[in-house]
Design a protein around this ligand. Structure first.
Ligand code: GTR
Length: 386
């Protein structure tokens, strides 16, 4: 199925988009029956989880035997405190460093954003964009759990020493780190609102934040930023574009991901290289696992590698699940002008979503705007009527 160009933004023109096959129906159970009432959803959700998260990234690491939080610094002047989180098994413990930064002005308990991209350079203004809006940060470095080094063998890093035989990709291990930070926050008696925890991360960290939020329901708001393949993208929609400077771009495929980063994923993904239509899921399944909690998909209009058009398609598909669960107002998408980055504006938009959810009220008017003409949907099923 091929279509001619219909998509554009001020930085690129989409030349061609090819739908390899329609997006699978998340309501259709393994037994061939379609979910017809909300009480059937938890069972179907469990199937979705196995067919998407586990197939892509491998199993979830075990629950830790313990979590102990050791303060390293309580230099309150900057409202930043640092902790060492000890976790894993008693026989083979592991640690990660957690930094909590609280806003100067908070009305009561503040919402908090957990961000595991401590290994990345944070852009100027990124942290302030939330802090100035009364929201705190819980920052950690996911590569303290599993390494992210292309030259190293699969399964390198402390979590694989703690759990010998753990056969999951690094993204699954990193996602486990988000949950350990929440465990730690639950123990610390800080002025934070544990009912308003958001998970965010960028790119590979965005895939991680989405998976972590799909698995851990303590995340009230889940915000993968430009997470593309294995995140908020779409495996069945291929998109080719030409940028203003004449260079071309396209979306990342399974073959690209496994060529560069096989250790991020499960071993089983290999079977689906160039066979995307045989996948029992597409990325709307992972988005749908967050429902009925809040999901905020942030993309960059010019970031073709992350498949911004495909992301909208899988968000529309996940919206059917949100509708089914009566939570359509908890699904947000935003296309920032520009390219691949996690910027202050992305954090500002996330802060807006958090406050809209906590206090009620409207979100920023830039929300929901598309940098391309609305294409036809890549699926023809709709949510069951109740
Ligand atoms: C790319 C990878 C993407 C994305 C990105 C990043 O090379 O293909 O899936 O994760 O790295 O993390 O910046």
């Amino acid at each position: 199925m091929e279509k001619d160009t219909f998509v554009h933004s001020d930085m690129l023109t989409i030349q061609k988009s090819t739908l390899l096959g329609p997006l699978p129906d998340p309501f259709l159970g393994r037994d061939g029956r379609r979910v017809s009432s909300r009480d059937q959803w938890p069972g179907r959700r469990e199937e979705l989880r196995k067919d998407s998260c586990n197939l892509l990234f491998g199993p979830e690491p075990p629950r830790p035997e313990f979590v102990r939080v050791e303060p390293l610094s309580d230099y309150r002047y900057t409202r930043s405190t640092v902790y060492r989180v000890h976790t894993g098994t008693k026989e083979r413990p592991m640690t990660l460093r957690l930094q909590v930064i609280l806003p100067e002005k908070a009305e009561g308990l503040c919402p908090i954003i957990v961000d595991g991209d401590g290994c990345f350079l944070r852009r100027e203004g990124y942290l302030d964009a939330a802090l100035q809006r009364g929201i705190g940060w819980a920052l950690f470095d996911r590569t303290e759990i599993a390494h992210d080094v292309q030259d190293e063998p699969r399964g390198t890093g402390p979590i694989y020493d703690t759990y010998s035989g753990l056969d999951c990709g690094a993204i699954s291990a990193w996602a486990w780190g988000y949950s350990r930070c929440v465990d730690a926050l639950e123990q610390l008696k800080l002025p934070i609102d544990l009912d308003f925890i958001a998970f965010t991360g960028h790119s590979r960290g965005g895939k991680t934040a989405l998976l972590a939020g799909a698995r851990d329901v303590r995340a009230r708001i889940v915000n993968p930023n430009e997470s593309g393949a294995g995140g908020s993208g779409c495996y069945r929609l291929r998109v080719e574009a030409v940028y203003k400077d004449g260079t071309s771009g396209r979306e990342e495929r399974i073959s690209d991901s496994l060529f560069q980063f096989p250790y991020w994923y499960s071993r089983d993904l290999e079977k689906y290289v160039d066979r995307e239509t045989e996948l029992p899921f597409d990325l709307h399944f992972i988005k749908a696992l967050v429902a009925p909690r809040t999901l905020f998909i942030s993309e960059a209009a010019g970031d073709m590698w992350c498949n911004p058009v495909g992301s909208w398609q899988t968000t529309m598909a996940a919206r059917e699940v949100y509708r089914f669960l009566g939570a359509e107002d908890k699904l947000f998408w935003y296309y920032r002008p520009g390219f691949h980055a996690h910027t202050a504006l992305d954090a500002e938009m996330l802060a807006g979503v958090i406050w809209a959810q906590r206090r009620g009220g409207p979100v920023d008017e830039r929300m929901f705007r598309l940098p391309f003409d609305e294409p036809p949907l890549c699926f023809d099923w709709r949510c069951p009527t109740l």
